[in-house]
Design a protein around this ligand. Structure first.
Ligand SMILES: O=C(O)CCC(=O)C(=O)O
Ligand SMILES: [Fe+2]
Length: 342
């Protein structure tokens, strides 16, 4: 089903959640078609608890309502440690696609990662692992419910992310468990983002979030229907709003899916635009974003079924090498450097 002629399909995945083989394959085929054509889909029937979503959203909103000095108490203090609070305009998504002129994104965010790891496993004992699996920062003194609410949310997203990867494997005619050993020790960052009201006009060309592609496997996005929202770029270069369907998730493919599939599937450019001037006040918008990212050492190279159709276009890489490259570009903004060094 398409939403008012919108290129992003709305797909009910309930037949896959309930688990029958035929149900899974039928949903997988729809997911595959969306992945091939636009790289974005909206999923309903996902089975994620409303209460868990609501608790995570409310706790996040309370965090962003704190005064700036309280939020600043939860900065990481070390630019190498991607955890905790990042203030307004400290990131620049358009820089990750090489746009050197782009203005920083008009948003603030909070980041956390995995919190249940088996430190006895050698995978978690390497230098890379020590760098990635840092202690999370939680605003326990100011918003005590934030940590449990966001942890519960993250666990729901791990479950949904794994199901979606199984559907991707089926759509790609791989064995249904093909992605399991590439995600079983995943390095997903979850980012809660606040796009504040815009009582004043931003600088010319500045956006809530500049045009970019996501860096990982799939992105699972829960957001709000507010003026100044998410747009996706179609193959002919037009920007169209992504439909906001009550209760549904927006899912989009990141760069690793395009590289794995040799560009048979697309990692689509998207951005978050500003509200129109008259709707600037009241346009505050919050997103919960789960950037499902494979194990740090997962090889990213043309998968077997795609390799039978055309010669590999991308040099093999790993999950962490691609992520590092993108994160360095994202954080290469004057404010990020000033604030984190302060
Ligand atoms: O807030 C949104 O709607 C999407 C933001 C986004 O694309 C991102 O953070 O990568
Ligand atoms: Fe994005």
């Amino acid at each position: 089903m398409k939403f008012d002629g919108n290129p992003v399909p709305v797909i009910d995945i309930s037949a896959a959640v309930s688990g029958s083989e035929s149900g899974k394959q039928a949903v997988a085929d729809k997911v595959g078609a969306a992945a091939r054509s636009i790289g974005f889909l909206v999923i309903s029937g996902h089975g994620v608890s409303e209460a868990v979503i609501e608790a995570a959203s409310a706790a996040s909103r309370r965090f962003f309502d704190l005064p700036p000095e309280r939020k600043a108490a939860y900065r990481s203090g070390d630019p190498e440690i991607y955890r905790g609070y990042f203030g307004m305009e400290t990131g620049n998504l358009a820089a990750t696609i090489g746009d050197k002129q782009a203005k920083p994104d008009h948003r603030e965010y909070f980041n956390f990662g995995r919190f249940e790891i088996n430190s006895g496993d050698p995978y978690y004992q390497t230098e890379t692992a020590h760098r990635i699996f840092k202690e999370n920062i939680w605003p326990e003194a100011d918003v005590p419910e934030f940590k449990p609410a966001l942890m519960a949310y993250y666990k729901e997203m791990e479950r949904l992310g794994n199901l979606l990867m199984e559907l991707c494997a089926r759509a790609l005619e791989l064995s249904p468990d093909w992605f399991v050993d590439k995600y079983d020790k995943h390095i997903t960052n979850m980012v809660v983002t606040n796009y504040p009201d815009q009582p004043e006009e931003l600088e010319l060309g500045q956006l809530r979030a500049g045009a970019h592609t996501d860096y990982g496997g799939l992105t699972l996005l829960k957001t709000e229907d507010k003026p100044g929202g998410l747009e996706v770029q179609t193959k002919d270069g037009r920007w169209v709003p992504v439909p906001i369907v009550p209760g549904a998730y927006i899912v989009n493919l990141g760069d690793l899916m395009a590289q794995w599939t040799n560009d048979e599937w697309v990692s689509t450019m998207h951005r978050v635009v500003n509200p129109s001037r008259e709707l600037g006040v009241g346009s505050r918008r919050q997103s919960l974003v789960f950037f499902h990212q494979p194990n740090y050492d997962a090889p990213i190279e043309c998968i077997p079924t795609c390799a039978t159709r055309s010669a590999p276009k991308y040099a093999p890489t790993t999950s962490i090498d691609h992520l590092d490259m993108k994160m360095n570009q994202m954080n290469d903004t004057p404010k990020f450097t000033q604030i984190e060094a302060a």
